[in-house]
Design a protein around this ligand. Structure first.
Ligand code: TXE
Length: 479
């Protein structure tokens, strides 16, 4: 059985305890590899290596780091197909999604931030001939990057790339649920010319290895993407050590469809937003609000389209693959049961799917649409993070703003209307960090990305990431 290894100081190592945990594929439900069950000692070893490597990496300067990161990006592209297959098998997502969304972003993250670092500039404040202040942004040191399982290598490199481009060294802790592509990544880093100790990958459980990273006194900056409850714990751990912290957490995002929307466009985009990646994207639109005049027509068409979505072997061109783990599948099924207990009507879906043959023990769920739920009920408040959406009617703008804003989350929202003024009016009243008008997930890597309320702290993307991974220093010069 394949053994995933930690990558510390340019070496592939088991955990110091020599303990491993099983890793299974959600497509078959079978264990197919093991990963190191690392603890604070492994994290400490990785942090020491990263700390030692920092001065040299910093001194390479922007251009030196740019050259190495661009050449790493080329090497990642050469291994594109391996990443696609590994990500799909480990996570359960259809291979075509890994091929078109996840894996292209891996090298793109490095090219984007390597290039951005060359264009990154700071300010000068002149004081009417008396003095001028110039501001510099310096790398901080060892950056801790903790990533989730839904877009495993896409999000891991979304953190590692800006941290390195800004001149920091990295200790990364990938999700224990999907460790395989991070291991592949470390193998490519090993063959590259990136100096040893600059990138360290430590596998293991969140409460053990992850927590040790957030508590390590020599890791002054932590970037985390994952669940809001985990974010809360990390926030507490980091606060007492005054760490710089970026938290990109959950969402319960509304898709709002007005009577005057382009019907087919709203239908197709809200469907994609509901079920992409089995509904396991923090940006997925899981609460659909439709204005009353078109509610019945929209609901019927949405349910018809949902019924036509294909679920199956991720190797084939299916719409939905497997749910990431058994525990997560059971969590989703429990929410579907709860929806019925709360008075909801299942319009389509609602069940686990059992296939024959190799996929029999795989974790597949029918895409599910639920009606007749109050906007305040638990199912409309908590992040399900699966192929489950609720659909609700609304009368007017005030009505839908009240409902859309009525959760603890505030990550993203999609608004469908052909009235530009209404789109702007609504956008200013929705409490979310990201708003899409007549669209969903149109990603520009330069924009500030992140949420309000329990959806997180800070913004990633473009120069925001470079600012986050640097310390600001102002120097005042008297003239
Ligand atoms: O995520 P966790 P889980 C949501 C989604 C999901 C729920 C739980 O609703 O059902 O979170 O998923 C590491 N200190 N999202 O449990 O635990 C962990 O090892 C330090 C939303 O899988 O948040 C992994 O590397 N690290 C989401 C990472 O945190 C800790 C994406 C994320 O795991 C830790 C995924 C600790 N105490 C889940 N505990 C999104 N918004 O994108 C865990 N980790």
């Amino acid at each position: 059985m394949k053994k995933i290894q930690n990558y510390i100081n340019g070496q592939f190592l088991s955990a110091l305890s020599k303990n491993y945990k099983n890793n299974s594929s959600p497509i078959t439900g079978k264990i197919y590899s093991k990963f190191p069950d690392s603890d604070h000692e492994d994290i400490d070893k990785a942090v020491m290596a990263a700390k030692k490597a920092f001065p040299k990496w910093k001194s390479l300067g922007k251009k030196g780091r740019y050259n190495l990161l661009m050449s790493l990006a080329d090497m990642l592209d050469e291994n594109f197909d391996k990443f696609v297959e590994a990500e799909s098998y480990d996570n359960g997502k259809p291979e075509w999604i890994a091929r078109s969304v996840d894996i292209p972003r891996v090298s793109e993250n490095f090219r984007f931030f390597a290039t951005a670092s060359l264009h990154f500039s700071s300010e000068c404040h002149e004081m009417d001939g008396k003095a001028f202040n110039y501001t510099i942004r310096e790398p901080i040191g060892v950056a801790g990057c903790i990533s989730p399982w839904n877009l495993p290598i896409y999000l891991l490199t979304w953190k590692i790339a800006p941290a390195l481009a800004a001149g920091n060294t990295v200790v990364a802790k990938p999700s224990e649920i999907t460790p395989m592509t991070a291991y592949l990544f470390s193998k490519i880093v090993h063959k590259s010319n990136i100096p040893k100790g600059v990138i360290n990958i430590v596998h293991g459980l969140g409460e053990k290895a992850g927590e040790a990273l957030t508590k390590h006194p020599d890791v002054p900056v932590i970037s985390f993407t994952g669940g809001s409850n985990t974010g809360k714990k990390i926030n507490i751990n980091c606060a007492s050590l005054f760490k710089k912290l970026s938290l990109e957490l959950g969402g319960k995002n509304p898709s709002i469809i007005f009577n005057d929307a382009n019907f087919n466009e709203a239908l197709n985009i809200s469907l994609k937003s509901a079920f992409s990646n089995q509904g396991q994207i923090c940006l997925c639109g899981s609460r659909i609000f439709v204005q009353s005049k078109i509610y019945n027509k929209f609901k019927t068409a949405f349910v018809e389209k949902t019924k036509k979505l294909t679920v199956g072997n991720p190797k084939n061109k299916v719409d939905l693959g497997a749910i990431v783990s058994k525990a997560h599948m059971n969590k989703i099924i429990n929410y579907i049961q709860l929806a019925q207990d709360e008075g909801g009507t299942i319009l389509t879906g609602g069940n686990r799917i059992r296939f024959e043959g190799d996929l029999r023990e795989g974790y597949f769920i029918e895409p599910t649409v639920i009606e007749n739920l109050d906007y305040k009920c638990i199912v409309n408040q908590e992040e399900i993070f699966g192929p489950v959406v609720t659909i609700m009617p609304f009368e007017n703008e005030d009505d839908v703003i009240k409902m859309a804003n009525a959760t603890k989350y505030g990550l993203s929202a999609s608004i469908f209307t052909s009235n530009v003024s209404k789109a702007h009016r609504m956008s200013s009243k929705i409490n979310s960090g990201i708003i899409w008008i007549n669209s969903w997930m149109m990603r520009d890597l330069r924009i500030p990305f992140g949420g309000m309320k329990d959806s997180g702290i800070g913004r990633e993307g473009g120069f925001n990431s470079l600012r986050f991974f640097t310390e600001t220093k102002n120097i005042c010069v008297k003239i």
